[in-house]
Ligand binder design. Structure first.
Ligand code: BTN
Length: 332
């Protein structure tokens, strides 16, 4: 743990009660002057830390910016996701940074955030516009011992975790569109980009990139996407504390991947199906030059979509771009 992480951890643990400089210095094994100097630097980063004579320091507010030490101070000690966190002011794409870390032998669970990306990318060669300081743009490295065909399970688990974190932190109940979009009132709120390096029968590593439109107002939306995208703020009318949401996301992701490691994909799939707007809908799926139209019946055990096509045959869809045509409400 870094000194900042330990200071922030201690101040948060005290639940608003002041923590003396002497106590912090003793806990961390550094001088009181060193504590004072780190507190000054944390204040410069935007942390509201009150100092009361003869009582100590109290954390009264936190900035909206993403600060790795603070995120780590708020996560469980036995976590995999977020065991190491790096934050960039700006980068090309956080997936590229995580890929470099993977090639250099980084452990699974490392997470890279960026306040903006100059070449953020989405699925099917699309770009992901990353307005500075308004969204959450991050990628994580996983090294599951799975066959490449099981990768879809990780995309679905990611979507479930992101949906749950958004709902718990902001009250916004988004829908999931197979395999990886989060929608609110039919507009795109978040996207997931899963990339992998694999041998023919085994995955070497997965790069999972997540982009969420958080505090964008209508005028912050790029004109290219303003008729198809939305943000949490637009939907709820409330600004979101991005670092609180980031902590919640990392916790939910850690929980969800744990379920997969323990062989409980069924549990993930059940939650996914509950919030999915694809299963039970008529869909058109584009896969390169091929197109399948039909009724999305279910997910299979690998997370692939089972679509009854127009000639009545069940097709198993591994990946593609889904357009929802019309929802069928069985009880109407
Ligand atoms: C999609 O909806 O097509 C997926 C969008 C994924 C965007 C995220 S933002 C963080 C990470 N870095 C990228 O370049 N892309 C992903």
């Amino acid at each position: 743990m870094s000194v900042d992480e330990q200071i922030l951890y201690s101040l948060r643990q005290s639940d608003g009660a002041p923590v003396s400089g002497a106590e912090l210095a003793q806990r961390l094994g550094v001088s009181r002057a060193a504590i004072w100097s780190r507190i000054e630097d944390l204040r410069k980063l935007g942390y509201g830390i009150e100092a009361k004579p003869h009582q100590g320091y109290r954390l009264v507010s936190t900035p909206d910016a993403i600060y790795a030490d603070d995120l780590m101070a708020r996560l469980a000690a036995d976590r995999i996701v977020g065991r190491d966190i790096r934050v960039f002011k700006s980068t090309n794409s956080t997936n590229d940074i995580v890929e470099k870390l993977a090639v250099d032998g980084a452990q699974q669970g490392v997470v890279v955030f960026a306040e903006t990306q100059s070449k953020g990318r989405g699925r099917m060669g699309r770009k992901w516009i990353s307005a500075p300081g308004l969204g959450l743009y991050f990628s994580l490295l996983l090294k599951p011992d799975i066959a490449p065909a099981q990768t879809t399970q990780y995309t679905l688990a990611t979507a479930t975790a992101v949906r749950r974190a958004v709902a718990r932190s902001t009250g916004l109940e988004a829908n999931i569109k197979w395999p990886n979009d989060l929608l609110a009132h039919g507009l795109k709120l978040a996207g997931i980009l899963t990339e992998l390096r694999a041998d023919p029968d085994r995955v070497q590593y997965l790069l999972i990139g997540i982009g969420i439109n958080v505090n964008h107002a209508m005028e912050d939306m790029d004109p290219e996407v303003s008729n198809i995208a939305t943000s949490i703020r637009i939907q709820t009318g409330q600004k979101v504390h991005r670092s609180d949401l980031a902590v919640s996301l990392l916790k939910e992701l850690d929980d969800e991947y744990r379920k997969l490691r323990e062989g409980s994909f069924q549990q993930v799939a059940e939650e996914w199906e509950r919030y999915c707007s694809t299963v039970g809908s008529n869909v058109t799926i584009r896969m390169g030059t091929r197109q399948v139209c039909g009724y999305a019946e279910a997910l299979d055990e690998q997370g692939c979509l089972l679509v009854r096509n127009e000639s009545g045959r069940l097709e198993r869809i591994v990946g593609g771009d889904v357009t929802l045509e019309k929802t069928i409400y069985p009880n109407f």
